[in-house]
Design a protein around this ligand. Sequence first.
Ligand code: MG
Length: 159
Amino acid sequence: MRQRFGIGYDSHTFGAKRPLKLGGVEIEHSSGLTGHSDGDAVAHAVIDALLGAAAMGDIGRLFPDTDERWKGADSIKLLAEVKRRLVAASYSLVNVDVTVITEAPRLAPHIEEMRNNLANVLQLPLNAVSVKAKTNEKMDAVGEGKGLQVFAVASIGGA
Ligand code: MG
């Protein structure tokens, strides 16, 4: 099996009047993330990491934000579709590692549920799914709480 790696990145601003959703978990906060879909930046970064590992494009190409079909879409379902496409292309998932950077809210109480959701949709054991959270030490726009950033790395095996 040849091992491949991909990197994913996403950022969304706060300000939407809807629940904050990360890794499929609804998290209590003063506002949600803006965006065409449900704004789940964790799911989006993982999608791009997986697509990157397979050199199969990116989330914007697969689910264009000009397409009404993806308006308010449940991003965990988009992630499931990406997983399906990778498996159809004879890739197997190895692991994913995610870092969320946000000043607020505190994500520690939600990390395990995010890991569980991602492991379920990706059909990976829990020890192959890592989610970490940190602040930006009050620096720059993320540090001022204007939005959040997510980095993800995925490893896959296959052709
Ligand atoms: Mg996004």
